[in-house]
Design a protein around this ligand. Structure first.
Ligand code: G6P
Length: 491
C-alpha cells in the first residue's frame, strides 16, 4: 500500500494514540486498513491533506510490529502495543480511569497503580518515536488524553521542538480532577507544551485552576508562567513559585471543527441525495425520521433519548405509524466492561420499545450496531427530519457540526445537549438538558412540528457559524499560537 519512500525526519508531526487507519486482519493473512472511529480522526484527516507530515500512532492491533509506510503526503509511523499494554494503557488508564473521570464521573473511574505505570511507559514510547521522526525545530502536535505526558517527555529530549497539545475531550472541574492520585504528574506533563488547547473556555479555565491549586504558578490568562526547572511536586498544595526563569505556556480554547466544504459537497452529490430518498422509502416514508449517530459510549446519552422517544409513543404524542427513530451506534471499546454493559442495556431498551410499539413492516426504532460508510452516513443526515445529539458530556461532538454541514437544503432540526462543546456555537439548535426527560420530550415534539420557515432560519444561522469556523481555521489558529507567524514574531 505504500506509495512513496518514507523520509527519516519531518517538520510537521502529529502524535495520537490511534493512527487514522486501523490494521484489521484480512483473509490472505495481510492487513486490511479501515478508517478509525471517532471525532479526532475525522477532524485531523483534512488537516493532513496535502501537507508533508508524519503521523505517529498505534495501528489498532496488538503485538504487530509494522514498518513505517506512506500514503500520499502523509508518512505513518506505527507504535506497537502489547496485549498487556492495550489492557493497562488503553482499556485501563485511558478508558477506565481518565475517560470517566474527565466526563464528570458518569461511571466510576478506577485508579490502579499498575495501569499508571503502563500509561507512563507507553507515553514514553510515543515520545521517543516522535523525537526520532521530528526534524530540527519541527512542530509536533500531540493529541488527546491518552498521551498527556508526551509534551514534557518530548521537551526533555528535544528542547528545540515547538510542541502543541490538543485535548479533544472535556477537562473536568477541579473537585473531580483532584481525585486523580497522579494529578500533578499529568499537569506537569501537559505543561511541557507551548500551547495546551481545549474545546471550551471552561475546559481551559479548569486546567489553569488545577495548575494554580497544585503548583501556585503565576498566570495572566491565557498564559501560565512555568519555571524552567519545573518538577511535579507531590500531591499537596505547593507554595507559590517565585522562580525568576520561566517559560510561558498558553492554556486556551480552540473549538475544533471539520471540513465543512467537503461534507457539504458529498451531501449534495447526486448519489447521496438519491440514497437519502431511498432511505426514507425503505423506512416506509415516515412523517418524521429522528436520527442518532454515535459511538456506543455511555457519555452519549443514547439511553436518555430512546427513553424519551419510548415515552412519547406510550403517551401518544408520537405514533409509530408516523415516526421512526434510526439509531446508529458504532462499536467501541468492547474490551471495557462498562461498554459491554451499555450495549446490553441499549439493546434491551430497543427490544422493549419495538416489542411494545413496532409494526410487522416497521420497528419503532431501527438500531444498527455497525460501522457504516461516510456516504451512507451523509445520506442519513440528509434523509432525517430531526437530528438528536444528547450527550451527558462531550468535548465537542462533531456529529452535530457534520449534520449542519450536510444540510445544504436548509431543512431539518437539531436537538442538542447543552453539555456538548458544540452547544457553545450552535445556539440556534433546540438546546436540551438530556437528564430532563420531560424537557427532552418537549424538544423532540417541537423539532418534529417545526415549520419549514423556522427550520430554514435556524439552519442558515448554524451553517454560517460552521462555514466560518471550519477545520482550516481551527488548525491555522492553533498552529499560529504555537508558531507565531513571522510578522507577529518580529514585533
Ligand atoms: C474520542 C476520543 C479520541 C478517540 C475516539 C475513538 O473521539 O477523543 O481520542 O480516538 O474517541 O475512540 P477509540 O478508543 O476507539 O480510539
Amino acid at each position: 500500500m505504500a506509495s512513496s519512500k518514507t523520509p527519516e525526519t519531518l517538520d510537521f508531526v502529529v502524535v495520537s494514540n490511534r493512527l487514522p487507519i486501523d490494521a484489521k486482519p484480512a483473509k490472505n493473512g495481510a492487513e486490511k486498513w479501515v478508517t478509525s472511529p471517532g471525532g479526532l480522526v475525522a477532524a485531523l484527516q483534512p488537516v493532513m491533506k496535502g501537507r508533508t507530515a508524519a503521523w505517529v500512532g498505534w495501528p489498532g492491533r496488538v503485538d504487530i510490529d509494522l514498518e513505517p509506510f506512506s500514503l500520499a503526503s502523509t508518512h505513518y509511523f506505527p507504535v506497537a502495543l502489547s496485549a498487556v499494554e492495550l489492557e493497562e494503557h488503553y482499556e485501563g488508564f485511558s478508558n477506565s480511569t481518565l475517560w470517566p473521570l474527565y466526563h464528570d464521573v458518569i461511571v466510576q473511574p478506577e485508579f490502579h497503580r499498575t495501569w499508571w505505570e503502563t500509561y507512563k511507559k507507553v507515553n514514553q514510547r510515543f515520545a521517543d518515536r516522535a523525537a526520532e521522526v521530528a526534524a530540527e525545530g519541527a512542530f509536533v502536535w500531540v493529541q488527546d488524553y491518552q498521551l498527556q505526558l508526551v509534551p514534557q517527555m518530548l521537551r526533555k529530549k528535544r528542547p528545540d521542538l515547538q510542541i502543541g497539545y490538543f485535548h479533544h475531550i472535556p477537562f473536568p472541574a477541579y473537585e473531580l480532577f483532584a481525585q486523580l492520585p497522579w494529578r500533578a504528574d499529568i499537569l506537569h506533563g501537559l505543561l511541557g507544551a507551548d500551547v495546551v488547547g481545549f474545546q471550551r473556555k471552561t475546559d481551559a479555565s479548569n486546567m489553569r485552576e488545577a495548575v494554580r491549586r497544585n503548583f501556585g504558578y503565576s498566570m495572566q490568562k491565557p498564559m501560565v508562567r512555568v519555571p524552567l526547572r519545573a518538577t511535579p511536586p507531590r500531591n499537596r498544595k505547593a507554595p507559590p513559585v517565585t522562580a525568576s526563569k520561566t517559560r510561558e505556556v498558553m492554556v486556551e480554547a480552540f473549538p475544533i471543527s471539520l471540513d465543512v466544504q467537503s461534507s457539504a459537497k458529498l451531501a449534495s452529490s447526486d448519489a447521496v441525495v438519491k440514497r437519502a430518498k431511498e432511505i426514507r422509502k425503505e423506512l416506509g416514508s415516515p412523517k418524521t425520521m429522528f436520527l442518532g449517530v454515535d459511538r456506543l459510549d455511555y457519555t452519549k446519552g443514547i439511553r436518555h433519548r430512546l427513553k424519551a422517544f419510548g415515552e412519547m409513543l406510550q403517551e401518544g404524542t408520537l405514533k409509530a405509524e408516523d415516526a421512526v427513530f434510526v439509531q446508529l451506534a458504532s462499536p467501541s471499546r468492547e474490551g471495557v466492561e462498562q461498554y459491554r454493559e451499555l450495549r446490553d442495556d441499549i439493546e434491551q431498551l430497543v427490544g422493549r420499545i419495538n416489542g411494545d410499539f413496532g409494526h410487522l413492516n416497521r420497528p419503532a426504532i431501527v438500531y444498527l450496531h455497525q460501522n457504516i460508510s461516510r456516504e451512507e452516513m451523509m445520506a442519513m443526515y440528509v434523509a432525517c427530519d430531526v437530528m438528536v445529539v444528547t450527550p451527558l458530556r462531550d468535548g465537542m461532538n462533531l456529529v452535530a457540526k457534520e449534520f449542519v454541514s450536510a444540510r445544504t437544503d436548509h431543512r431539518g432540526a437539531l436537538v442538542l445537549s447543552e453539555f456538548a462543546g458544540a452547544a457553545d456555537e450552535l445556539d440556534e439548535a433546540l438546546i436540551v438538558n438530556p437528564h430532563d426527560i420531560d424537557g427532552l420530550k418537549e424538544a423532540l415534539a417541537d423539532a418534529a412540528a417545526m415549520s419549514a420557515a423556522e427550520q430554514k432560519s435556524r439552519m442558515e444561522h448554524m451553517r454560517k457559524v460552521v462555514v466560518e469556523n471550519d477545520i482550516k481555521r481551527w488548525a491555522t489558529s492553533f498552529i499560529d499560537a504555537v508558531k507565531p507567524p513571522e510578522r507577529k514574531r518580529r514585533r
